[in-house]
Each structure stands twice: as structure tokens, then as C-alpha cells.
Design a protein around this ligand. Structure first.
Ligand SMILES: *[C@@H]1O[C@H](CO)[C@@H](O)[C@H](O)[C@H]1NC(C)=O
Ligand SMILES: *[C@@H]1O[C@H](CO)[C@@H](O)[C@H](O)[C@H]1NC(C)=O
Ligand SMILES: *[C@@H]1O[C@H](CO)[C@@H](O)[C@H](O)[C@H]1NC(C)=O
Ligand SMILES: *[C@@H]1O[C@H](CO)[C@@H](O)[C@H](O)[C@H]1NC(C)=O
Length: 417
């Protein structure tokens, strides 16, 4: 946790996005906390943002600058941190020798460095906010949306030391938990940060509604998302902390509370196949007015973005049924948002993060190059697999980059034939 030591008194009165402090990451940036990512430069920037109640908060972003950077292209990449422990945040997880909750604890945010490297290989400057904020308020999506928009503001204000252009082409990208932060940023953009010119957002593995995820993941591989999400919300909302006080069975409290000090992989292992309702005195807990108020406030579909979107989603997604994303896309399209919606038959939630990445990169590249979007919405259903030439070319690049990492070779356009 780098926040507490750097925070300055009176920061609350600064404008959202104001840089409060910055430094080079003390540990250096590393893939899987071992293989150094050979960047031209990296920065950790502490900036002022806004929580779910409109109060001042502060969080950190990690700015990654490749060799031969194109300082006019800025991607804000939101990782799927999905945890209630602040030590799972990318500003920590991306550093060499980072370790939270054992050897596997940080694997998931770290694995996304491989996707981030495909963006760095294009010369884009990539900024990766700790979008769950200082208390790791997983599912407090209003706060996450603010944290993303303010991290872009902070990146624009960082030109003096990062050399990022003051008027770059800006895009957003995130999968699953990262799509919630990116999606809320897109939804809140017009009201919270209308001065930002954002060329588009790629949202994969979307999870528009929270409540249905609970029963869909209960007693399964992803049950750990439930305690992580409820604990994350209780870190932000006193009403949820109160609900847990009332409903958690005393004998099960300690085990449930373990989610406060685990990252996503640890949560998945800890709660694998468990019945989350065995922890509470009444299965109605998630449908009480107090719970519904908070869950609804953090569902997507509150505002239609005014920036173009790519939405990509597995038809077999086992965490959030594709029908909820169909509904979200319809709502956006009816309200005038330009959405390219890609549904895929040959994947599920986990594999789509990788299989969908090449399409996302190509779409983001078009936005970076200023290719106009279709003003109408389009939907396509595809069979994405490793045999798709685009997937092969672009995933090949991902793997090449991870190998280059292991060899410590420079990451930048010059290395990509
Ligand atoms: C945040 O804002 C709310 C409502 O505006 C206020 O009641 C509350 O005390 C604030 N919390 C903090 C920690 O400042
Ligand atoms: C989820 O499952 C619980 C326990 O079986 C049940 O009580 C509840 O009504 C279900 N909720 C929804 C939204 O389907
Ligand atoms: C989310 O944040 C916006 C400010 O960006 C605020 O106006 C709105 O009330 C918030 N919504 C909820 C449901 O908390
Ligand atoms: C999604 O919901 C539809 C309709 O309720 C159902 O037919 C389908 O099997 C569900 N998909 C998955 C992957 O659970």
C-alpha cells in the first residue's frame, strides 16, 4: 500500500484528477513478479478522485511507457482485480517480487500484463489505474468509473515527466471486472469528465447486473467472486457492512471474512464449490432493500455512453448470462450509442478473455488511428478459435512478448517484425 505514506493533507480540495505525488515504481515492473518488463519508463501516480458518495478519495495509477513510444496514443487498461484486499492492486502486483497470499495470489492481475504488452508493442502508452480505490471496494463501480476517468486526467497532467502528449487519442479497455470499471467510466464520462475526448472503449466479458451472478456462480468454480464482491461493497457502503453483521452466522464469520485478505485466485480456491447461503441466517439477504439499493446502484445501464463501444461476450458465459448483455447493448443502441457487439460460440468466460483480445486490439487500433465508427449498432456472432488467422497472429504476438520478457529483451515496436 503506497497510498498512506504519500497522501498529503488537504488533498480533498484539489480538482479530480490532480496529481498528488509520483515516483518510479520502487520494485520495477515485472511479469509474474519475476521477468522484468523492459520498458522505457514506468511511473506510479497518486491522484485525487471521487468515491461512490461524491466524496474526495485518492488512488494510484501505473503509467507504462514502451521503448519508441507514440506519446499521442494513450490506453487506459483496467485489470480484473476482483478482490477486497488493497494489496491485490496492479500498482503493487506489477512490481518485481510482489507477493500477496502465497505464490498464486497475484497471478490474475499479473497475467493481464501479457495483454497490456500487446498494446505496449504498438507503441501505445498504457495507464493502469488501481480502479478499486484505496479500500479495494470491488463492485463499487461508481467509484471505479471515477477512478478511471481521473486516471486519464492525471495521465494528461503528467506530460512534464511522462512526455505523454497533452492531447492524445484516448481509449479504454477491460475484461470482466475490468469491463465494469471501463463501462462505468464510459457511462459517467459525459457527466463527470466531459472535457475528455475518448475515442472508444472495448468491454469484454461484461457483467451488467450483479444480483444474478450470485446464484449463477454459487456452488461452482467462481463462487469466490461472491464473498469478494460482498466484502468489496462492505468496504465502501456502511449499509452492506451492517447487513453482514446481521446475517453472517457467527460460526462462519471468520471464514467469510478471509475474503478481505485474498486476491481473486485465492478467493476462487478458498470458496470453490461452496454454498454461499450456508454462511448466512437467511437466503433473502441479497434481496433485502438495503442490498438491492447498493446492487442496483452498481449495475450497468444507468446512462448511455456517448463514446463508441466494442462489446465482446461469450454466448456460453457462465458468470453473467449473455442475455443481460443483449439487453444492455439494446439499451445503449436505442439511446444512440454506437456499439459493435461481438458474440462468440466457442468460448466461455475465462477463454474469451484471451480469444476476444485480438478483436479488441484491432478495434482499439482503429480508434487510435481515427478510423470512423459505424454510427449504427452492429451485432455479429462468430466462432473464435485459435485457428482464426487474426487470433493466431495476435496471440502469437502475446506469446512472443512473454518470451521476450523472460529474455529481458526490449518491448516496443522495433521488436515486432
Ligand atoms: C461522504 O458524503 C456523505 C454524504 O454527502 C457524508 O454524509 C459522509 O459523512 C461523507 N463521508 C466521509 C468519509 O467524508
Ligand atoms: C437465489 O437462490 C436462493 C437460495 O436458493 C434463493 O432463496 C433466491 O431466491 C435466489 N435468488 C434469485 C434472484 O434467484
Ligand atoms: C455516481 O456518480 C455520479 C457522479 O459521477 C453521481 O452523480 C451519481 O449520483 C452516482 N450514482 C450512484 C447511484 O451512486
Ligand atoms: C442464459 O439464459 C437463457 C434464458 O434464460 C438460458 O436458456 C441459457 O441456457 C442461459 N445460458 C447459460 C450459459 O447459462
Amino acid at each position: 500500500m503506497i497510498i498512506k505514506s504519500l497522501i498529503v493533507a488537504g488533498y480533498e480540495s484539489e480538482a479530480p484528477g490532480t496529481i498528488l505525488a509520483y515516483r518510479a515504481p520502487p520494485g520495477g515492473i515485472a511479469a509474474f513478479s519475476a521477468a522484468t518488463v523492459n520498458l522505457d519508463a514506468a511511473w506510479q501516480v497518486l491522484y485525487r478522485t471521487t468515491d461512490s458518495f461524491g466524496n474526495a478519495s485518492a488512488t494510484v495509477t501505473t503509467i507504462l511507457i514502451p521503448h519508441n513510444a507514440d506519446y499521442t496514443k494513450l490506453l487506459s487498461y483496467q485489470v480484473a482485480e476482483d478482490a477486497a484486499d488493497p494489496n491485490c492492486a496492479p500498482s503493487y502486483a506489477f512490481q518485481k517480487s510482489a507477493a500477496t497470499d502465497g505464490a498464486l495470489g497475484l497471478i490474475l492481475p499479473q497475467a493481464e500484463l501479457l495483454l497490456i504488452e500487446t498494446a505496449l508493442a504498438r507503441g501505445w502508452v498504457v495507464t493502469v489505474p488501481d480502479h478499486l480505490g484505496p479500500k479495494s471496494t470491488f463492485l463499487a463501480n461508481n467509484l471505479s468509473g471515477h477512478a478511471v476517468l481521473d486516471n486519464v486526467r492525471a495521465a494528461l497532467a503528467s506530460s512534464k515527466f511522462t512526455k505523454i502528449s497533452t492531447d492524445p487519442t484516448i481509449t479504454l479497455w477491460g475484461y470482466s471486472g475490468g469491463s465494469l470499471a471501463s463501462g462505468f467510466a464510459a457511462e459517467l464520462h459525459a457527466s463527470y469528465a466531459p472535457e475528455l475526448k475518448i475515442a472508444g472503449a472495448a468491454l469484454g466479458g461484461t457483467v451488467p447486473l450483479i444480483l444474478p451472478v450470485i446464484n449463477q456462480t454459487n456452488k461452482g468454480a467462481f463462487t469466490g467472486l461472491i464473498p469478494a464482491g460482498i466484502m468489496g461493497l462492505s468496504n465502501e457502503y456502511p449499509s452492506i457492512a451492517q447487513l453482514l453483521q446481521e446475517y453472517l452466522l457467527p460460526a462462519k464469520k471468520a471464514e467469510f471474512n478471509k475474503a478481505a485478505s485474498k486476491c481473486l485466485t485465492g478467493d476462487i480456491i478458498e470458496y470453490l464449490g461452496q454454498d454461499v447461503y450456508s454462511y448466512v441466517s437467511d437466503p433473502g439477504i441479497f434481496e433485502t432493500p438495503a442490498a438491492l439499493q447498493v446492487l442496483n446502484a452498481n449495475n450497468m445501464g444507468q446512462h448511455a455512453p456517448t463514446i463508441p463501444l466494442l462489446v465482446y461476450k461469450s454466448i456460453n458465459d457462465e458468470i453473467s448470462n449473455v442475455t443481460y448483455t443483449d439487453d444492455l447493448v439494446s439499451y445503449y443502441c436505442n439511446a444512440g450509442t454506437s456499439v459493435e457487439y461481438k458474440k462468440d460460440y466457442l468460448s466461455e468466460h475465462g477463454t474469451m478473455a484471451v480469444l476476444g483480445a485480438p478483436d479488441a486490439i484491432m478495434w482499439l487500433e482503429d480508434r487510435m488511428r481515427g478510423v470512423p465508427v459505424d454510427s449504427k449498432c452492429t451485432t455479429s456472432s462468430t466462432f473464435t478459435s485459435l485457428l482464426d488467422p487474426n487470433t493466431l497472429v495476435l496471440l502469437g504476438e502475446v506469446l512472443v512478448n512473454s518470451l521476450l520478457d523472460l529474455l529481458g529483451a526490449p518491448v516496443g515496436p522495433i521488436m515486432i517484425g
